[in-house]
Write a protein that binds this ligand. Structure first.
Ligand SMILES: Nc1ncnc2c1ncn2[C@@H]1O[C@H](COP(=O)(O)OP(=O)(O)O)[C@@H](O)[C@H]1O
Ligand SMILES: [Mg+2]
Length: 295
């Protein structure tokens, strides 16, 4: 029997529970743990343990969530390093730690999308206020995002006016660098596409609340079935590949000139697409992982 670890922050969240069910139904033995609870014992022989579980008994780990967003920079760094060390010890880690890190980093992901020739909005990173203001004047409207942001938090629309300039200055003072992206006029929704192993499992529209331009479900966006098209599939698979993700939630936006990639989520929730379309992406993820560790 295959022993599959599931790294969570909240064992009761929909995706964590669905992964547990999917591993069980696929004939595997799931072990749910928090990376926060992993101890690395370097006392003679090195051992990684969580409670009385020795990681050497695991065949693979599916990463639901690493946990972040707080002030624990060292804790976060340790949890990533644990994934890297488990990988180094021969345990299959999905998503690979480097892919999770790259996807979480909006600067590096945007860079890779452009390098791969994938359609993505024009974006500039700079610590120079005048450079930012000049680009903003040219674009008219832009979005500033934290490089390691998520759930639509701390994202702001800026235009060529005084209060936006104050916002830029404050953002620069607090974060040291600006990620400024051209605002893409859109139909009040974006598209979240789920990719597993180079194939699209399904997609949802996320319709923002009235008066809002941020479509994240955690910001009140509503999930609706989105029909697939070759353009959606090609772009989403290209985005997942660009960051090295085996499974991904890819955010696309429908601009006047077609689709473009906003970002890739390396630890996406499967709840919205299950509720809107009855598609359980965790089944596809588990099928991939069990296939990889088979024999
Ligand atoms: N360049 C943009 N133009 C228009 N809307 C955007 C743009 N960038 C982000 N948004 C909106 O903000 C939401 C969050 O942006 P995203 O880059 O996915 O960051 P997060 O990691 O916080 O989800 C998107 O789902 C979309 O609704
Ligand atoms: Mg997003």
């Amino acid at each position: 029997m295959k022993h599959i670890g599931i790294a969570v922050t909240d064992s009761q969240d929909w995706t964590a529970r669905a992964l547990y069910e999917a591993v069980t139904r696929a004939g595997g033995s799931p072990f749910v743990f928090r990376l926060h609870d992993v101890t690395t014992r370097m006392l003679g022989e090195t051992e990684l343990v969580a409670g009385d579980m020795d990681f050497r008994s695991l065949d693979a780990v599916i990463v639901r969530d690493v946990g972040g967003g707080g002030d624990d920079t060292e804790g976060m760094s340790y949890r990533f390093d644990v994934l890297c060390n488990l990988d180094e010890q021969g345990i299959k880690i999905v998503n690979p730690p480097l892919a999770i890190q790259t996807a979480a980093n909006k600067h590096m992901s945007s860079y890779l999308f452009k390098q791969q020739g994938l359609s993505t909005p024009d974006t500039i990173l700079t610590s120079d206020f005048d450079t930012a203001v000049n680009v903003l004047r040219e674009w008219g409207r832009a979005v500033i995002k934290p490089i390691f942001g998520f759930k639509g938090l701390d994202i702001h629309c800026v235009v060529d006016d005084e209060s936006s300039k104050i916002r830029l200055i404050k953002h620069l003072e607090r974060r040291g660098v600006l990620y400024l992206q051209q605002y893409i006029p859109n139909p009040g929704r974006d598209i979240r596409v789920f990719v597993v192993d180079g194939q699209v499992s399904g997609a949802i529209y996320r319709n923002a609340l009235p008066g809002s331009w941020i479509n994240n479900l955690s910001q009140g966006g509503a999930p609706r079935h989105c029909p697939l098209s070759p353009e959606i599939e090609e772009l989403a698979c290209g985005a997942a590949r660009a960051v090295g993700a085996v499974y991904a939630g890819v955010d696309l936006i429908e601009g006047e000139e077609g689709l473009s990639i906003l970002e890739v989520n390396g630890t996406p929730s499967g709840r919205g697409i299950f509720e809107a379309c009855d598609i359980d992406v965790t089944v596809d993820i588990v099928r991939y992982v069990m296939g990889e560790v088979d024999g």
